[in-house]
Design a protein around this ligand. Sequence first.
Ligand code: GDP
Ligand code: MG
Length: 306
Amino acid sequence: MDPEILSHSGFVSLIGRPNVGKSTLLNQLAGQRLAITSPKPQTTRSIIRAIIDEPDTQIVFLDTPGLHLAKSKLGQYMTDAARLAMADTDIILLLIEAGFSPRVLDIERKVLAQLQASKKPVILVINKVDSNEKESILPLMAAFHEVYPFQAIIPISAKTGDGISILIDEIRRLLPEGPRYFPIDSLTDQTERMIAGELIREQILLKTHEEIPHGTAVVVDSFTEHTTEAGERTHVTIEASIVCEKDTHKGILIGKQGSMLTAIGTGARKEIEAMLDCPCYLDLFVRVRDDWRNRQSILNDLGYQD
Ligand code: GDP
Ligand code: MG
């Protein structure tokens, strides 16, 4: 059967400095439409955070990883986030907050320079308009307008929901035709598996830094829950593949005598155990595949096998 083609379909990433309101906006988006609830919201990171699913439209919102990095690493985080956002998405939302003096910060300039090269549409979203004077917003819009050709500049309040429907309309306008990437029924019970894959991907990003082979994907091959007779979960066994493009990338990911893979695995296991609240046995493999650069790989990356 041919897949149903929607008139608007695609992936949207959200980037912005800590505290500008990314989580609040994603929660607002999820709350308005379809929520993919994670088992422990406080630990979720780079995962699908909201999907707007309508007869002619599917918009998948992705969150970016590395939320808890130290200040000194912020520049690295922002540029990594921008890089990931560009690889995976059709549209990028750069979130800033109203109320600061109306200028573009260095970190935002840096990110914008990267985004420019990607030629993907970028929407500037100015958050927290509810707690700031209207007059402070125009100069901010002007300052950003001067440095970048945004597709749109949209003031919102993630808290009150003000401006959100304008933002969604703008995103819909920019999205191409495409399939319904996520069959909605199958989503909710896969969340832990999805998050596990993302936590592994986050560790790859954190541990390899600039060396991270661009576009490396994580495929969760198996996710097995072990329970007591009473049905209580005792532990989880996860097998996952890190899929990269070249043998040289594989070498980086494995490291000297496996040291890199061990570091990635140890870091990911800790994060996964915190999320699942039980012990986790994690087996990681590195595989080379050269056709990852397509949409199906994003689905795989998030735990959906073909
Ligand atoms: P993140 O670090 O970018 O994910 O930011 P958060 O979503 O965690 O928000 C940081 C802080 O800003 C929280 O205290 C939020 O309640 C607050 N905040 C987020 N959006 C708004 C908004 O639209 N208006 C106001 N007044 N506060 C907001
Ligand atoms: Mg947040």
